[in-house]
Design a protein around this ligand. Structure first.
Ligand code: HEM
Length: 179
């Protein structure tokens, strides 16, 4: 039973790859270069993942520490939050590029098949959507903290929203592919 499931998953993954190749080879003018570009963006996406996860974690810890210990909100704190925001947005950009290039949008018409297969469901639905929700938390946290006028409120907003964003990131990172 498990073997059969495994075979089904590999078969579907093979079909996805074929579909991806079709998209890349027939719809775009420079197939080889574009395929290389996809691999390049996938590597970039994995590299930025480390950066974004570390930065968001550091900002979250620093902000909660600053809030609990009533520390002033410095220019350094603002810049660190900005770098975490930029890292998350770069990750979003790379992720969306991969998503469209792999032709995942075209597969939405087969939603019932996607939902039945844990591997496909993760790649096409859970990973992207959870990450986008996480990035929304980070963006709201940064902008609300920037608007706030007192230092404790700045720390609190960033700490809480970055914690929520980080929880989404941690829950939906494909750890086996990251290491
Ligand atoms: C901080 C946020 C994110 C993290 C930490 C993250 C992490 C990762 C990792 C580690 C991989 C595997 C890379 C590899 O196999 O080399 C991956 C793949 C991928 N991610 Fe993300 N990601 C994030 C956000 C997003 C977003 C927002 C999207 C799309 C909107 C997205 C779409 C994808 C796609 C399409 C793949 C390729 C899946 C496949 O076909 O194997 N990611 N991501």
């Amino acid at each position: 039973m498990q073997d059969e499931q495994q075979t089904n998953t590999s078969e579907k993954n093979r079909m996805i790859l074929e579909n991806m190749e079709l998209n890349l080879t027939f719809k775009l003018p420079l197939p080889v270069k574009i395929t290389h570009m996809y691999t390049g963006i996938l590597h970039l996406h994995r590299t930025i993942a480390y950066l974004a996860l570390i930065l968001v974690f550091v900002v979250m810890v620093k902000s909660l520490y600053g809030f609990i210990n009533r520390k002033p909100h410095t220019e350094g704190d603002r810049k660190l939050g900005l770098f975490a925001l930029i890292g998350s947005h770069l990750q979003l950009l790379a992720g969306l590029t991969l998503y469209f290039a792999a032709g995942y949008v075209g597969m939405w018409s087969n939603m019932s098949e996607i939902m039945k297969d844990a591997d496909l469901r993760f790649k096409i639905i859970e990973h992207p959507f959870m990450m986008i929700i996480g990035i929304v938390f980070i963006t709201v946290g940064y902008s609300q903290s920037k608007k706030a006028t007192d230092d404790l409120k700045k720390h609190r907003l960033k700490g809480v929203f970055f914690l929520l964003g980080l929880a989404c990131f941690l829950a939906s990172t494909p750890w086996d592919r990251l290491f």
